[in-house]
Design a protein around this ligand. Structure first.
Ligand code: WT7
Length: 654
């Protein structure tokens, strides 16, 4: 564990405030304390019960098949259609007039979509995709802003047994190109442009660049008209309104095996190449629906809002699949939280009567910076459950959220999970748990996770180590698309003899046995809840002609959790005026190569990098420098003078 996490930990473990649910909330909660024991006593029976939230065309007779470990099959002989479960069955149950989506565009345009209307939109989109010759098993890339067509597209893919690969619309053309190539996507769905902080910005141009090569697998690009920006047009392009709007409004869903691939979602690993996390249908939908119901205490009549983007797994599980499987009414907001003003979220909560609000610590800290007087101007009385996800939430932010958003009344659920886990794994239950500010508390009923030491031995209260999951769970990733060896290596080799899933996070139990997450233990950074690999940023830097070598670390940052700090060695000499300009150029270069979220906060030009005798960069020492700390143990350095060289050269770079 790094020095920073143990320091933070000491502060955290001094945290002894607890916030039990009110008696009133506890009494009405969906999931009660008895579930923990019941699930532990017979996990298969528990998960079978959860799977029966869904409508199966062919009921399953087996629950978990782990005979081919680490490849799980859940509910393997059952058949279902995921889109039918998220849409049609609610219409058939007489809830067609229930609002599925209150959509709020950034410029202030809105759209209200009932389940009956959603059924029509998904059917038309599915018919359109079929008309392009796409068939079950094919892959479709979705590169869209937060507009209703993104949801229609995902559900249409699910309906047809196509695996979608949603690529965050903030990623670069190059990031899109490599994801398209890895998944061999036949179609890209995009928009002419997107609204960002009040202006329309181009989007489709990135797709043009990404599919331009002769060997691109993409046959067609389907373009939603969102901004009206002028765009270039190629022979592959089709307008959404021309292809989809005229399609038939009926579409009969086909039942697929529970293990039919549902989506691939790319996430950063410890190498430069993102991993295509593969999720399948029955188990994934079961856990997404169960957790949305249990963790948020979702009930008919609630208005639910998850502020994530569909480009991340949170958007997949808690904007699309979980809430819609439960027939929920939800808010989807296209834009940034300060467009056109810093009260936009509170205004939206008030406008739609949002009762469940799920967001990220980085945003909560931003709200704190903007000031408590802003939410105070709005009536937030409709809220009853608040959620947090993406990174450890610091106790100060937790308390601010509790007091200024939840008015000391709403339970907060700090939900730990990952792209790989598909759905929430560790979280308080809002009607059961006496939560501590900053702790994810306990694995959910049905989930078995523990903290182990280097040898894989479980640690006790007051001790820390690595977070592992020691029993398969329904929404677990099935493999890394096209690279099963990397799947085994990354998640299953670290504690192979124990058969544990290695999450890559450090964690600790406090003296009461509550679980605290401490951040990644690998070379993955967490910037505003987004996972970015140090190697990926390093590769982007060295792809620039003026960089000879680069080392990147995540340094503690008050706002974003971690901030990206890069140390670069330049090719040839530059004077200091040139260096300043070059640093700016390099920041822009990284933003262009990967996307603005990967843009380094600081780039320090150095003459050398600290390396071990075997040539491994000692990032720990660089992190000390980046966090302005005394440099730790440097005895394994190949050249002990390197640190002096770096420090003496830093004056200009800060
Ligand atoms: C990594 C997963 C899960 C959706 C968003 C991120 C960190 C996530 C928490 C939390 C502490 C958290 C972990 C994890 N993380 N939630 N509540 N407390 N850390 O998904 O991009 O796959 O990142 O985010 O480090 O491994 P992701």
């Amino acid at each position: 564990m790094s020095d920073t996490s143990s320091q933070t930990l000491d502060n955290l473990l001094a945290e002894d405030r607890t916030f039990p649910p009110s008696a009133e909330f506890a009494a009405q909660a969906n999931l009660q304390a008895e579930a923990y024991e019941r699930a532990a006593a017979d996990p298969d029976a528990f998960w079978a019960e959860q799977a029966n939230r869904l409508s199966w065309s062919t009921p399953f007779s087996t629950v978990l098949d782990w005979s081919d470990a680490p490849h799980a099959k859940w509910f393997a002989d059952g058949k279902l259609n995921v889109a039918y479960n998220c849409v049609d069955r609610h219409v058939e149950a007489g809830n067609g007039e229930t609002v599925a989506i209150h959509w709020e565009g950034e410029p202030g345009d809105t759209r209200t979509i009932t389940y009956a209307q959603l059924q029509v939109e998904v059917a038309k989109t599915a018919n359109a995709l079929s008309s392009l010759g796409l068939q079950a098993g094919d892959r479709v890339a979705i590169y869209l802003p937060m507009i209703p067509e993104a949801i229609f597209s995902m559900l249409a893919c699910a309906r047809l047994g196509l695996a979608h690969s949603v690529v965050f619309a903030g990623f670069s053309a190059e990031a899109l190109r490599s994801r398209i190539g890895d998944a061999q996507a036949r179609l890209v769905i995009t928009a002419d442009g997107q609204y960002r902080r009040g202006t329309a910005v181009p989007l489709k141009n990135a797709v043009d660049e990404a599919v331009a090569a002769d060997d691109s697998p993409v046959e067609n690009v389907l373009v939603v008209r969102r901004t009206g920006l002028d765009i270039a047009w190629t022979g592959k392009d089709l307008w959404w309104d021309e292809l989809v709007d005229g399609q038939g409004e009926q579409h009969t869903p086909e039942a697929f095996d529970a293990e039919q691939p549902l989506f691939i979602l790319y996430t950063s690993g410890t190498t430069g190449k993102p991993k295509g996390i593969l999720h399948t249908s029955g188990g994934y939908l079961t856990q997404a629906a169960y957790t949305h119901w249990a963790v948020f205490d979702y009930k008919p009549g609630d208005v639910y809002w998850c502020t994530a983007d569909i480009g991340w797994v949170t958007g997949h599980s808690y904007i699309v699949y979980g809430p819609l499987a439960n027939g929920a009414t939800e808010v989807i907001y296209e834009g940034t939280p300060n467009s056109p003003h810093e009260g936009r979220h509170w205004e939206i909560i008030n406008k739609y009567g949002v009762s469940i609000y799920y967001t990220a610590p980085t945003l909560i800290r931003t709200f704190m910076k903007w000031g408590a007087d802003i939410p105070a101007k709005y009536d937030l009385g409709s809220l009853r459950v608040l959620g947090s996800v993406g990174e450890p939430i610091n106790p100060e932010a937790w308390m601010w959220y509790r007091l200024h958003v939840g008015h000391d009344r709403c339970p907060i659920v700090d939900t730990w999970w990952q792209t790989e886990t598909g759905a929430i794994m560790i979280s308080p239950l809002p009607g059961v748990t006496a939560s501590k500010p900053g702790s994810a508390m306990t694995p959910l009923p049905g989930i078995s996770a523990t903290i182990v030491n280097d040898e894989g031995v479980p640690v006790g209260k007051g001790e820390g180590g690595y977070l592992v999951v020691d029993r398969p769970w329904p929404s677990m990733l099935r493999t890394i698309f096209g690279d099963d060896e990397r799947y085994r290596d990354t998640y299953w080799s670290r504690f192979a003899s124990h058969g544990y899933y290695f999450a890559g996070d450090g964690a600790k139990y406090d003296s009461d046995g509550a679980l605290w997450l401490l951040g990644r233990v690998d070379d993955v950074m967490n910037v505003s809840g987004h996972r970015i690999s140090t190697t990926e940023v390093e590769s982007a830097l060295v792809s620039h002609e003026s960089v000879a070598e680069a080392a990147v670390v995540g340094a503690a940052d008050e706002m974003t959790g971690q901030g990206i700090v890069a140390f670069v060695i330049l090719r040839g000499a530059t004077d200091s005026a040139d260096t300043e300009a070059l640093v700016e150029t390099l920041k822009k270069h990284v933003a262009k190569e990967i996307g603005p979220i990967a843009k380094p906060k600081r780039i320090l030009v150095v003459p050398e990098l600290p390396k071990t005798r075997s040539g491994k960069i000692m990032r720990r020492l660089l992190r000390d420098i980046a966090e302005n700390r005394a440099v730790g143990d440097a005895t394994t350095l190949q050249d002990s003078n390197v640190l002096n060289l770096i420090s003496s050269g830093l004056s200009g770079g800060k």
